[in-house]
Design a protein around this ligand. Sequence first.
Ligand code: ADP
Ligand code: ZN
Ligand code: MG
Length: 593
Amino acid sequence: MRLVLRSLVLTALLSTPVLAQDQYSVGQFFKDLDRGEISTVQVDAYGNAHVEVRGGSPQNTVIPTSPDVLGRIRASGAELTVVGGGRSFGWIVQLLPVILTGLILFVFWRSMRGGGGGGASNTFGRSRAHVFSEGQVKVTFTDVAGCDEAKTDLQEVVEFLRSPERFHSLGARIPHGILLVGPPGSGKTLLAKAVAGEARVPYFSISGSDFVEMFVGVGAARVRDLFDQAKKAAPCIVFIDEIDAVGRKRGLNFNGGNDEREQTLNQLLVEMDGFESKHDIIVLAATNRPDVLDAALLRPGRFDRQVVVDAPDVRGREHILKIHARKKPLDPSVNLTTLAQRTPGMVGADLENLLNEAALLTARDGRGKITMRDLDEAADRVLMGPARKSRVVPEHDKKVTAYHEVGHALVAQLLPHADRVHKLTVVPRGGAAGYMLPLPTDRVHYTREVLEDSIAVALAGQAAEEVTFGDITTGAQSDFQKATNIARKMVTEWGMSEKLGKVANLSESDTFLGPVAQQGAYSQLTAQTIDDEVKRIIDTQYTRVRTLLQEYLPRVHAIVEELLVRETLSGEEFQTLLSGGRIEGGGMYAAGD
Ligand code: ADP
Ligand code: ZN
Ligand code: MG
C-alpha cells in the first residue's frame, strides 16, 4: 500500500435549541399530513406547532419550519397559520436556566472569537432532523454507481427493512449500526438515502454537526428525541451524516467546552445500546474520518459494521457520468468512456459538477447540445480548480504508485509461500494512493518460508520503486514497518534466528512496544544481536526481491502500462498479463449498464 496525506476541514454549524415535545411525534404528524387527516396547523418561528387532527384531539408537536415543509402542509389542504414568536410561556420558563447559561456562553464565545460574524440568530428553529415518510424518498440504487460492493453489502439491510418478520422468524441477527466510510463526494449521503428509497421506509436524516451545540444538554436531548420518533416510526432508517462532528474521540479537546459533545455522544451510545431487536431501526452513519471516531462507537452492538464507499475507478466513473447525463442533451460527438478515462481521482460529486459546468458553458454560447469540447473544457476547470487540486492524482504520482503496487503483486504471485493476488488498484481511497489486495490462504502453521515470503511481498513495493526510479518515496513507510514487525517477531518470539537460538518470548507482552520499551527485558548485547538479526533478515529479503524484479522488469513495465489505463486489475487479469497474455474488453470489473 502506498499512502498519501490529506487535510480535511470540518465545519461545525451552529444552531439553536428546540426542546421537548409531547407524545405526538413529527413522524406521526407527517403520516397524518400525507393521509390528509390534518385540518389546521398553527406554527411559530421556533417550530412549535398546534395541530388539529380530523376526528381526533388537538396535538402539540415541534416540526421543521423550512419552506419545503410549509409548502407540503399547504399542499395537503390543511389550513396553515404561521404565528410570530413563541406561543407558550411555560416553555420559556422551564428553559430559563438553559437559556441564561446559553446566553452567557454565547457572549463568552463571541468575545473569544473576536466578535466576528453574526449569523447564529438566523438559524433559529432550523437544522433538525429531516423527516421523510415512507415512499417519499425517490432515490434508489440505480442512482448510485461506482460502488457496487457497498450496494451489495447494503442490500441485506434493504431486505431486512422490507420484511423484518421474515428475519425475526429465522432468528437472524441484523446489525443495527452501519458506518459508511469513504472520501468526500463519493456518494455516502446519496447511498444512505437510496437504502431508504429501496426499502420504502421512513427516513430520519440529521447531520452530526446539528447535534453539536454550545448549550449543554441540547445535543443529548435531540438525540433522545430523534430516537423516540424513530421508535414510533419503525421499521425505519436513522441516518447520521458526518458523524465525526459528534463522535470524535473523547477527552482529546484541551480548550474545554467539549462537555456538550461528550454528553451528546454518550446519549447516542445509550440509545444504541437500548435497542432491542423488536425495534426495527437501522442506524446508518457516514464519515470520511473513521480514524478520529471514538472507539466506543465501533463496539459490537453499535457501529460494528463498516461499508466502504470507494472513489470510483474508470468504469465506475463512466457509469456515474451516464447517470448524471441522463437528463442532459448530448451531442453525438460525446464519448463518456473517453471522458471517464481522463478524470482519474474524481469522485461522483466532481463528475456531477463537471457535467453541470459543461451545461453552463453550452448555455453561455447559446447552443442546444453539450459537445465533447464543452466536456473537455469543463473537466479542465474542475481538475485545475484550486479546491479540488489536492484530490486529483498527478500523472507522475500515479505512475510511482503503479510500479509500487505491481511490485507487491508480482512478488506475491511468484513466491511459492505468499498469498495470491486478488486485486490491485491505483485508485486512491482513504489514505492510500493505491493498494494490492491479496487473497488470504487458510494456514495452520506459519513456517519460516511463509514469514520470509510475506516480508518479501511487503518490501516489494519499495523495491519496485527503487529498481525503476532509482529512488524511494515516503509512501512505503507502513510496508517497511510491517516487514520489520514480522522479522522482529521471528527473532524474538518464534525462535527463528540461529544466532539467538530458540529463546522464545524475549518480548514480554503481546503488544508490540518497540525497541525502547523493551529494553531492560534483556541485556544490551542481546538487544544489539536482535537488531542485527532483524536487519539481516530484511536485507536478505530485499536483495531477493530486487533480483526477482530486475529479472521480470520488461513484464513489470507492460503490466504497469495496462494498470495505468485500467486503474484496477483483478487477480485473473494480473495473472494473464504476467504470463504474457493480453486482456480484452472490460474484464471482471466492467460496469454493466
Ligand atoms: P458524500 O456524502 O460521500 O460526501 P454525496 O452523497 O453528498 O457524497 O455526493 C454528492 C453528490 O454527488 C450526490 O448528490 C450525487 O449527485 C453525486 N454523486 C456522488 N457519488 C455518486 C455516485 N457514486 N453515483 C452517482 N452520483 C454520485
Ligand atoms: Zn505498499
Ligand atoms: Mg455527505
